[in-house]
Design a protein around this ligand. Sequence first.
Ligand code: H2U
Ligand code: ZN
Length: 357
Amino acid sequence: MTGTFDFNNDSHRRYNPLTDSWVLVSPHRTQRPWQGQQEKTSAGGLPAYDATCYLCPGNTRATGPINPKYESTFVFVNDYAAVKVDQPPYEQADGEDGLRARLLQVQGTRGTCFVICFSPKHNVTLPLMSVPEIENVLDTWTVLYNKMKTETAFRYLQIFENKGAVMGCSNPHPHCQAWCTESLPSEPAKEFTSLRFYKAKHGTCLLCDYVMLEQQDPVRIVVQNESFIALVPFWAVWPFETLVLAKSHTASLVDFSPKQKSDLADVIQKLTIRYDNLFETSFPYSMGLHQAPINPVEDESQLSHFHMHFYPPLLRGATVRKFLVGFEMLGEPQRDLTAEQAAQRIRAVEEVHYLLK
Ligand code: H2U
Ligand code: ZN
């Protein structure tokens, strides 16, 4: 076959240098009919206070403690934490060597998990918060990061938000979680390996170079201000996946100036408003921060470049979600819509939230 390769029509693979993996892009498939599962749209119209909510101010949680009548953010230790502060150390049993030690590896891991309510209001998600209110959430994260850094020997604090029932979020009250663990989890560990490899090979930071490159041709940029940029990464897997990057090489939340913090709040607000407006629904996603470990080793502090990943599951409307199945489980992830088409769609919607118009 002759002719010119067309990124909007011809199948190709794109490389993710952050995780050393590939994604298959099949842009010609965007026209295929859909007769599969339709998700329910999020109920919407939630009250500001729900007497049955475990997270609302003044309410009793599932295991008995009573929430204070908090007025901004509220942090508590998860009543069903995935890791414990205290447990016996794991010791390899005598004679556990050879094949057992090679193939059945174990690490004991301790830690602590927090739940962070963004707002006392049951119905105020990030896109419905003001920039100063989002800054307050960032400050809460920063205080927690500092506290864990100074008071524990744990390695990493993973801050993340699961939003929406389709993401397995158990409660609509706007909140995120922070899991602090003795071990560096696999995703940030993979990223540090890639950042280290890139630095050794090219002498520069992979993410600083990527920010520079994307600014040369803004096809994948969604929103930006002086300090932050939100874009659909070239190698995105999820249809409307975005990456929020600090424009300057900054290791973690604690290193931001007040101006950077307010710029980060501004980008989070604008991005999440656009997400909600895309299908006029409370847009579900899993998002999280990647930054320096609270107790870094070797070159991790120097390598770290603060960023946030947003992984939304919706595909072509409020009711159709993408599943990573079939070839994606057995082969590699695949997408139809290109990253550039997705960025264009997110840019095309209004910057005012549809509920506030
Ligand atoms: P998710 O919906 O993102 O899972 O977050 C809710 C978290 O809140 C969940 O981890 C915790 C759950 O363990 N939780 C409490 O700690 N106490 C409660 O009373 C209800 C929920
Ligand atoms: Zn609530």
